[in-house]
Design a protein around this ligand. Structure first.
Ligand code: BES
Ligand code: ZN
Length: 443
């Protein structure tokens, strides 16, 4: 194993689960270790405290007249459950089949660590970096970056940059370099349906008292038409339609045909809005998804109960044009208006973030494309991403800078799920990509 991989393995062994307060000390220890890594390559570092998890900042000596790139990433990870489905322990990295298996390997430790290693190699071989570099690696991305916006506002002078580089997205297929020029936004809700004051005998009362589980099912079903289109009034009103050149370009992206998506997901048939390919639905159309649903008896065998309550969690993925607050309110109104009689509804608003997109053919977009081409040996494909990194649009609004998304996670990387993995080849090529990027951006 290379020395670089061994260092990544140390990074991966910290169980830095940001959402779980019992891991707060692990998150902090990870941040301190990462700060040490940046110090070790000769950068000036700071650990910024927040009400939750610290932000790691590292920079080289600022030189007037040079460009500045901010490299963003996150060292926090998702929880590991269901743990029984992992083939090896989630925080004991293993090399198998050319992949690094560990929670956080792809999302996002492996992907930002290549930039640290790229900077290190450049400094070793060239005596310094060709432009001003600021690393910002946060510990709260997986919980919606609640403390990063105030941090950006407070330090926007210090964080001023010409362009932002982010490797926290996907690559469409092995060997196919991918430049992301868009991300979907998000808005989340949690819904409680309340019926009788306590669980009831379903024989004694069933048929004459409204069942909250049935009401929840009806509400969830009311969100979509049979053909997959979203039934919430006004939902699509502000959507900026995807452009013809994008549809044309995406139809040729390797690994992005409907069949490819069916293969990676195991789904039996495409689903969704009529008139769009799966890639178009994923990258440029908004959604309403149920992320969790529950009510009544879940144990073995039957239990004749009429449950007192039901709940479900929703998230909407948003596209450019949509305002998260407006969409959240449209969904709330829809649920309130469609709630069947005999039960009450309580809705709690969750976190939100805006969609983002830029011009992949801009000066910096071309620099990103050149860096990918030089390191992977072929021209990159240009895509938008289905996932969300809300802070990217916040950085656009606060710092005024666009982001290049240089994704290195393969379609089967299983981020947020058991057996997350990161390709060793992409780790190695990623280091070269990062070096090429610094050169291209400095030109
Ligand atoms: N790295 C992902 C986002 C991502 C993954 C973008 C794949 C594009 C392709 C990030 O860590 C993530 O999981 N984001 C959350 C955002 C949320 C918690 C605010 C998401 O997309 O669910
Ligand atoms: Zn994630």
């Amino acid at each position: 194993m290379t020395a670089e991989l061994e260092r990544l393995f140390v990074h991966l062994r910290f169980p830095s689960i940001s959402t779980d307060s019992t891991h707060a000390d692990d998150v902090r220890a990870n941040a301190e270790w990462l700060k040490g890594q940046f110090e070790g390559i000769g950068l000036a570092t700071e650990l910024h405290e927040t009400p939750k998890h610290p932000i790691v900042i590292a920079r080289n000596e600022y030189e007037e007249g040079r460009r500045t790139v901010l490299i963003y990433g996150h060292y926090d990870v998702q929880p590991v459950d269901p743990i029984e489905l992992w083939d090896s322990p989630p925080f004991e990295p293993e090399l198998r089949d050319g992949k690094i298996w560990c929670r956080g390997s792809a999302d996002n430790k492996g992907q930002h660590f290549v930039h640290l290693l790229g900077a290190e190699k450049t400094i070793q071989e060239e005596g310094g970096l060709p432009l001003n570099v600021i690393f910002l690696i946060e510990g709260e991305e997986e919980i919606g970056s609640p403390n990063l916006v105030p941090f950006l506002e407070k330090h926007k002078g210090d964080l001023a940059c010409d362009i932002i580089a982010v490797s926290d997205t996907g690559m469409v297929a092995p060997g196919v370099p991918t430049l992301g020029y868009g991300l979907r936004g998000i808005t989340c809700l949690e819904v409680k349906i309340k019926g009788p004051s306590g669980d009831l005998h379903s024989g004694v009362y069933g048929g004459a008292v409204a069942n909250p589980a049935s009401a929840a099912a009806r509400l969830v079903a009311s969100l979509h038409h049979d053909d997959g289109k979203i039934a919430v009034e006004g939902f699509y009103d502000a959507v900026i339609p995807l452009e013809e050149w994008e549809r044309e370009m995406w139809s040729k992206v390797p690994g992005a045909a409907d069949d490819d998506f069916l293969k990676t997901t195991g789904a039996s048939a495409p689903f969704g809005e009529p008139g769009y390919s799966m890639a178009e639905r994923l990258w440029a159309r908004p959604t309403v998804e149920v992320n969790g649903i529950g009510s009544g008896y879940q144990g073995e065998g039957s239990k004749t109960v009429l449950p007192a309550e039901a709940m479900f969690k929703l998230s909407c993925r948003l596209v450019p044009g949509q305002d998260p607050d407006i969409v959240q309110q449209q969904v709330i109104s829809h649920l309130e208006n469609h709630c069947p009689p005999g039960v009450s509804i309580e809705i709690e608003k969750g976190h939100s973030g805006k969609a983002y997109h830029n011009d992949p053919h801009s000066k910096f977009g071309k620099a990103g494309q050149a860096a990918l081409e030089k390191s992977f040996g072929r021209a990159p494909v240009l895509i938008r991403e289905g996932g969300s990194i809300p802070i990217i649009q916040d950085m656009k609004e606060i710092l005024g800078s666009d982001s290049l998304m240089l994704g290195l996670a393969l379609p089967d990387c299983q981020i947020h799920a058991p057996n997350e993995n990161f390709s060793v080849e992409n780790f190695e090529k990623g280091i070269e990509m990062s070096r090429a990027l610094l050169r291209e951006l400095a030109k």
